[in-house]
Design a protein around this ligand. Sequence first.
Ligand code: FBP
Length: 281
Amino acid sequence: MERTVDAVVEAVAEAAPDIRGGLIGRRSYRDSANASGERQLAADVYADQLLEERLGGIDGVGEYASEERQEIVDVGEGLSVAVDPLDGSSNLKSNNAMGTILAVYDDDLPAAGETLVAAAFVLYGPITSMTVAREGVVTEYELVDGEMQLTEDAVELPADPVVYGFGGRVPDWPDDFESYARDVERELKLRYGGAMIADVNQALEYGGVFAYPALESAPNGKLRLQFEGNPIGYIVECAGGASSDGSQSLLEVEPTGDIHQRVPLHVGNESLIERLEASLD
Ligand code: FBP
């Protein structure tokens, strides 16, 4: 299993320069929508196909699933990989940060977060970096031509939180979330860029909280459990933080059987997530 996880993580690192390079000329929308009914960019489709090819070919990988396709692909026997090939892809038009998210489950998909054996994200910022969580430890690398160069070997959320970022339109926030948000904005600085990976990485670097909460118009929020909620919850918890769907850890959320299940997502310093859960009671 260890070797398969190594191979999957390395394959995503090696794919990153190709995904980043492939953004050029792929900023237009296609006619089709993705499995969640959202418009797809040519870059989303390109990144998905590339990752299916690279990850699906690894010995010890049994299933490949992606936010960009309806069906789970059977690729052999072994671990299941779920990816968001281009998180925050609507930022491509305005040339802002985006990411790639990886979840590796030791179970068939859709799987519970508690069966994760690794999770990682690539952040396409001014520098391409990769953050990997395994066995309770979070490690950060810079990617140079797809090679992982260590920058921090035990990432921990700073104890004193500084930043917050909350998704969704304010009038669409339920009252209990809005009153929590009003408290938080009196204490912390706003950092919201519209790509979850980039916004979560602000909380990892500076301490704080990121949420894409339940909305009046969408009680399960916007983000997806298998591709976003579970891996991000795992990474933040391994870095000493906490995650929540509003009442429990994201890793405890039971999969409904829909690979595209959505979940309200809140991650950050433990004290801020405890306060959130108390506010939503
Ligand atoms: P995609 O994976 O389709 O890009 O959607 C996810 C996402 O872009 C997150 O990265 C981000 O937090 C959120 O949607 C932004 O949504 P909004 O545009 O409502 O702020």
